[in-house]
Design a protein around this ligand. Sequence first.
Ligand SMILES: NC(=O)C1=CN([C@@H]2O[C@H](COP(=O)(O)OP(=O)(O)OC[C@H]3O[C@@H](n4cnc5c(N)ncnc54)[C@H](OP(=O)(O)O)[C@@H]3O)[C@@H](O)[C@H]2O)C=CC1
Ligand SMILES: O=C1CO[C@H](CO)[C@@H](O)[C@@H]1O
Length: 275
Amino acid sequence: MNRHYTQLRNGVQMPWIGLGVWTPERDDATEAIKQALEMGYRSIDTASAYENETQVGRAVAESGIPREDMFITTKVANGDQGYDSTLHAFESSMEKLQLDYLDLYLIHWPVEGKSLDTWRALEHLYRQKRVRAIGVSNFQINDLEGLLSVAEVVPMVNQIEFHPNLTHMELRVFCKQHQIQMEAWSPLMKGQLSGNETLESIASKHGKTVAQVILRWDIQSGFVTIPKSFNATRLLENISIFDFTLTEEEMSSIDLLNKNEKLPKPDMSKFRSRS
Ligand SMILES: NC(=O)C1=CN([C@@H]2O[C@H](COP(=O)(O)OP(=O)(O)OC[C@H]3O[C@@H](n4cnc5c(N)ncnc54)[C@H](OP(=O)(O)O)[C@@H]3O)[C@@H](O)[C@H]2O)C=CC1
Ligand SMILES: O=C1CO[C@H](CO)[C@@H](O)[C@@H]1O
């Protein structure tokens, strides 16, 4: 059902939709991931900071799905940034994930004075073939310009907050120019989906839910999307988006909902050195 892939600039195939597994409550993700894999999900987005890489590793190992069919992403935490500490953090993540290679390794957030050294470590892991693709997260145009001025390997992915209230038009143009695949975090606005007449009317025209319309809009906008759900009904709902197409007019009317509005910031104390 979700065997739909985008091709990264180095030729690696990445599923258009994956499962996000961050929860503020630190709920156990193992059973939800297993259910998702049975339904056809093949891509999982975790991070060292989510403290659930062990659960991801267990669910993937117990699923019996061939390694080459899976696409696993994790991220280096802010407190681990720097060259040696990133290499160390990578090995720790791999052990928890029970993997000998990773599909995508991201810098979780830009950290001033550290991210360029972190990037050199990611380039090293990429050259050593420990990682099939490397990228960044939460990088704005100025962060990317700084990185691109020194990078030997151009980032393949930039994972950012993206939903109908926050559409990053300029960043999208920049990433497209540099063949950096955009990826949407919190695509479902953390579940705050009701009360928007435009989205509700498009959903009812297609016989789909508002969540499905937003996820379809993501991929038609060229964004890989990683909605989180630990509920069987919603897990299935979220990957059932390949049997309809939004018109150009519908796409534009969703683009016009943009308010440049970020979701409220959660408690960042778990994210160590992020100030
Ligand atoms: N790089 C970064 O800095 C960040 C990355 N991320 C990544 O992105 C992923 C997704 O973002 P996240 O912040 O979790 O938020 P999402 O926008 O994916 O929303 C998740 C919430 O929406 C609910 N939900 C899921 N599907 C539906 C549906 N079909 N209808 C109604 N409600 C639904 C979920 O509840 P339920 O589980 O009960 O279904 C959950 O409460 C994260 O899990 C993480 O992997 C997130 C934030 C930052
Ligand atoms: O990855 C993450 C999980 O979600 C948090 C809340 O949106 C983010 O701040 C963090 O970067």
